[in-house]
Design a protein around this ligand. Structure first.
Ligand code: UGA
Length: 438
């Protein structure tokens, strides 16, 4: 199969590289000359474990190439995926589809024989219909089927998610397109990944509903965490206890500082807007969005409370800045709100993140970056764990205690057993668990 990926951002690059790894021939296209030049020079512009190796192997095997122009490769393609960005539109939270429609028009102008055009970008319900209308009205002579095929990749685990998906959702009722999509995903079918065919609008809604449900699940456990803390229960055990019920499931029940990233905040908001437009509001999701926004601010207050209610003139060491581990992505990261609250409270903030510091420098206010947790802990009045990177899970507590001014750990990801931290003489404040005061 010849596949073209329009947009070589996170989704396009991961999907393109993995399709090439299945044996298809893939061209990843991007308008950014700098990005294509970098990719051609073997540089991968995002941090995703395992991606560099797959890109390199498939380039060497001649199955993966990059281009700034879509026309030559689209002309020969069986399938063209649209994987361009759909950011939140400024002001109203709707998904901005400018790039999607622009890509669709360019693709239609370039296709030759029967071609399947697939939206992989997260697009509101009805976008496929609109693309089809554009094709019908502006390119009536072209033979194109429009399909929805949302992605469910998690940053940091994208390669595994792509190769071992729980399901592949394909929205089309066109018989020829169904055959082509079966062929595209045949290698996964051999891995027994279910291909789930449905109507295009249904497929578009599945993507939003899935992300909104997961965001709601996290928000639910976050509220139970607050309640646990007040009434003396342990949220981790509550999560385990309810998660053993197969109807609930144990995934996405880790209480924390609130969800962030490039997907949940944007997609929940877009679903809220779409539902309002159709006069069928999704109140659970509206509430989820509001609770999550408040939570990030509440986390700032939690840190201040752990520092005896005042951080003025104190030094706070922040471990982890990215919205989750194994990524360099800072988009909507809880750290942004937390660091701001600390700066507003008069604290000096020193931070360390294994991958996110470059991106953080453009986003966070005046803070100091260090080379490891021990360096930033020197003379600190508290350590705050904001992102659960592996390297923070087994810190040398004895060493930290000797360098800190005041041994306090605020663990917003619950990665330490309270008793172990307390044993070393720390004050320990976690999420939804009993605090250990010095
Ligand atoms: C999410 C979905 O999990 C993917 O299925 C989807 O494809 C993707 O959005 C997308 O729409 O592109 P991602 O944003 O990469 O993936 O990251 P997640 O692992 O889902 O985490 C999102 C946020 O929720 C993070 O801030 C994370 O720390 C938080 N989270 C997650 C929790 O606080 N608790 C949990 O139990 C799980």
């Amino acid at each position: 199969m010849r596949i073209v990926m329009i947009g070589s951002g996170y989704v396009g690059l991961v999907s393109g590289a993995c399709f090439a790894d299945f044996g298809h021939h893939v061209t990843c296209v991007d308008k950014s000359e700098a990005k294509i030049t970098a990719l051609e020079a073997g540089e991968v512009p995002i941090f995703e474990p395992g991606l560099d190796a797959i890109i390199q192997q498939n380039r060497e095997a001649g199955r993966l190439d990059f281009s700034k122009n879509l026309a030559p490769s689209v002309g020969e393609a069986d399938v063209v995926f649209i994987a361009v960005g759909t950011p939140s539109r400024r002001g109203d939270g709707h998904a901005d589809l400018t790039y999607v429609y622009a890509a669709a028009r360019e693709i239609a102008a370039a296709v030759k024989g029967f071609t399947v055009v697939v939206t992989k970008s997260t697009v509101p319900v009805g976008t496929g219909d609109e693309i089809e209308r554009i094709f019908r009205e502006e390119f009536p002579e072209k033979d194109i089927a429009v399909v929805s095929n949302p992605e469910f990749l998690r940053e940091g685990a994208a390669i595994t998610d792509f190769k071992r998906p729980d399901r592949i959702v394909i929205g089309t009722e066109d018989a020829r397109a169904i055959e082509v999509m079966r062929e595209v995903y045949r290698p996964l079918y051999l891995n027994e990944a279910p291909l789930y065919f449905c109507e295009r609008r249904t497929s578009e809604l599945i993507k939003y509903a899935a992300n909104a449900f997961l965001a709601m699940k996290i928000t639910f456990i976050n509220e139970i965490a607050d309640l646990s803390e007040k009434i003396g229960a342990d949220v981790q055990k509550v999560a385990k206890g309810i998660g053993m019920d197969k109807r609930i499931g144990d995934k996405f029940l880790h209480a924390g500082p609130g969800y962030g990233g490039s997907c949940f905040p944007k997609d929940t908001l877009a679903l809220v807007k779409t539902a309002q437009d159709f006069d069928s509001p999704v109140r659970l999701i509206e509430t989820t969005v509001a609770i999550n926004d408040n939570r990030k601010r509440a986390m700032g207050r939690k840190v201040i409370a752990a520092c005896d209610g005042d951080v003025r003139g104190k030094k706070i060491a922040v471990l982890g800045l990215t919205f989750k581990p194994n990524t360099d992505d800072m988009r909507d990261a809880p750290s942004i709100t937390i660091v701001q609250a600390l700066l507003d409270g008069g604290a000096t903030v020193h931070a360390y993140d294994p991958e996110g510091m470059e991106a953080a420098k453009d986003i966070l206010g005046p803070i100091t970056y260090g080379k490891d947790p021990y360096e930033i802990a020197v003379d600190a009045d508290a350590i705050v764990i904001v992102t659960e990177w592996e390297e923070f899970r087994a810190l040398d507590l004895k060493r930290l205690k000797t360098v800190m001014k005041d041994p306090v750990i605020v663990d917003l990801r619950n990665i330490y057993p309270a008793s172990e931290v307390a044993k070393h003489g720390f004050g320990y404040f976690a999420i939804g668990r009993k605090p250990e005061r010095r």
